[in-house]
Every structure is written in structure tokens, then in C-alpha cells.
Design a protein around this ligand. Structure first.
Ligand SMILES: [Fe+2]
Length: 297
């Protein structure tokens, strides 16, 4: 079993999603999360019934999509119908609800305002879905999505490896957001056109209007992935998240790459800046300090 020793990874000993110990750990967990560490729960599994284990079949994923997903718009990304579709829906909803219980206990200050839950079931082995380099998550990056501007909000993610064959999910993770941002800032020089952000929003290309912050984060994401030296020699550690392990991080802040593995559940929430205990650690505030001007315009 992997024993992470990096300062980027913090092991926490919870055993169930509603473990009463979570309240006692919440101060430590919140500080680590907001500083950009990965919270790792090696004893927190998401046991699947025999019927749920039967859903671990990549053929259930729509060939045009990377994952099966559940959001306010319902279940998407699957070719399953009837009972199988209902079982997928119920399994993803159960993971969303269990993750919510964990987050409420660990981060009660987020509970009232975290929003837009999206659950993802990843059935393909990493590397077998055919992405462009920009979508290749085997390369280190921080999360930023062209169609989903965040306007400074945070991406909080809960992951669980549900592989039934003992296969780890191997990540490279860690390194300071500020150090990374300082390194790449001089190269983030694509011109910023507010009128273009407005036009893309009007045309429905983006779900809300991009800010200069979103514009910079997309470039940071791309420049990290394109940089072979950083991919080889960056300040990251290799971690094997074994089946039955849970991990939690702000994926817009923690550099991460998913090298190998198959079968994972992932739960995303968006967290407003105002809910954070240390807003100054948020990527937008770090970038604003480094650039010397407001970026949420
Ligand atoms: Fe990512």
C-alpha cells in the first residue's frame, strides 16, 4: 500500500462518510485544503454492491463522451437504458450524497453556498480515450475549462478509486500554485479582449462571461501541459491512490496529472470565494497580487 510522505499529501484517518471524527479534524483539513494540499483518506471506501460492480463496463459510456455524469440536468454520457440506466443514476447520486455528508462535516463553512454539484463515473482506463494534448490529463495541469468560466470560484473535488481488481490510480500531484504561477506568468501573454468574452457568452460558447482570471487560467493550464521540462522535473510527487481510497483537493490550485488507473467516481462542487477561510490563498487572489490589478472584470 502506498504511504504518501510528501507535504503535498495529508493523510486523514476517517473510516466512514459520516465518521464522527470528521468534526475534530475539520480545522486541520480546511487549512491543508486551502493551502493547496491533497487530503487523502486511505480507509474511506465507497463499497459497491454486486449489481453496482456490474456497472463497471466501459461500454456503458457514450462513445462520444469521456465519462458518465450526473448534474442538475440529469444523467448524461451513457448509452445505458432501462434498469441499468436507473442503477447508474442511483449509484452516482449515492456518491454525491455521501461526499456531501463528508464535506459538511469537514468544511461546515462551505455548506450554505457550495453549489453546482456534478458527479462523474470514469469507466475508461486512463490513456484509452483519445484526447487532444489539451484534454490529456496524463499531463500536469490545474483545472480550467474553456466553456465553464469560474469567475474566481473554486473547484472542490472528491475522488474515490472503485477499481475491483486492486489497480491503483496513479497521480503526479503537488507543488505550489504561486510558484507555478510565477514561473508561467511572463508567458501568459495572449491579449485579453473583454468584448470577445461578451460575444462568446452571447453566442453560448461559454456558460457565463469569462473574466481576465479565466483567460489567464486557461493559458496556465495549456502552458503547463505543453512544457516537457515541467512535466519531467516539476515539484510534484507520485502517489498511488489504491482501491477503497478517497482523496479531496481544490483542482484549480493543486497541479495534478492522472497517469494510470481505471474505474473512479468523482464529485465536483463549486465554492464561492467568500466561503473560504483564507481567501488570499485562492488562485484568483494569488494571480491578482502577482499581476498588481483586479482580474474579476
Ligand atoms: Fe484535472
Amino acid at each position: 500500500m502506498n504511504t504518501p510522505t510528501s507535504p503535498s499529501i495529508v493523510d486523514l484517518p476517517l473510516r466512514t462518510w459520516d465518521d464522527p471524527e470528521a468534526r475534530a479534524l475539520s480545522g486541520e483539513a480546511l487549512a491543508a485544503l486551502e493551502q493547496g494540499q491533497v487530503l487523502h483518506f486511505p480507509q474511506l471506501s465507497f463499497p459497491l454492491s454486486a449489481e453496482e460492480t456490474a456497472l463497471l463496463d466501459p461500454a456503458l459510456t457514450d462513445p462520444k463522451r469521456k465519462n458518465i455524469s450526473l448534474s442538475a440536468r440529469g444523467l448524461a454520457g451513457t448509452v445505458a437504458e432501462g434498469e441499468t440506466r436507473e442503477r447508474l443514476h442511483a449509484t452516482l447520486a449515492r456518491f454525491r450524497d455521501q461526499s456531501g455528508i463528508l464535506l459538511d462535516a469537514l468544511f461546515p463553512g462551505y455548506s450554505a453556498t457550495r453549489h453546482s454539484p456534478a458527479t462523474s463515473l470514469r469507466l475508461h482506463a486512463i490513456g484509452t480515450w483519445h484526447p487532444s494534448w489539451r484534454k490529456d490529463d496524463r499531463l500536469l495541469h490545474v483545472d480550467a475549462f474553456p466553456s465553464r468560466p469560474l469567475r474566481g470560484e473554486r473547484i472542490l473535488r472528491v475522488f474515490n478509486n472503485i477499481n475491483p481488481h486492486g489497480v491503483p490510480r496513479t497521480w503526479h500531484a503537488g507543488g505550489s500554485f504561486e510558484t507555478t504561477a510565477r514561473h508561467y506568468l511572463p508567458a501568459l501573454n495572449k491579449p485579453w479582449h473583454p468584448w470577445l468574452a461578451g460575444l462568446m457568452n452571447t453566442l453560448g460558447i461559454t456558460k457565463q462571461r469569462r473574466t481576465e482570471y479565466d483567460h489567464l487560467m486557461l493559458q496556465l493550464h495549456d502552458n503547463m501541459k505543453r512544457d516537457a521540462d515541467y512535466q519531467r522535473e516539476g515539484d510534484w510527487v507520485e502517489v498511488n491512490f489504491m482501491p477503497g481510497h478517497t482523496w479531496v483537493c481544490y483542482s484549480d490550485q493543486v497541479p495534478h496529472a492522472a497517469l494510470s488507473g481505471q474505474f473512479m467516481l468523482e464529485q465536483t462542487w463549486h465554492v464561492p470565494l467568500a466561503a473560504m477561510s483564507h481567501t488570499e490563498l485562492a488562485p484568483v487572489r494569488v494571480l491578482e497580487r502577482l499581476m498588481g490589478r483586479p482580474l474579476l472584470v
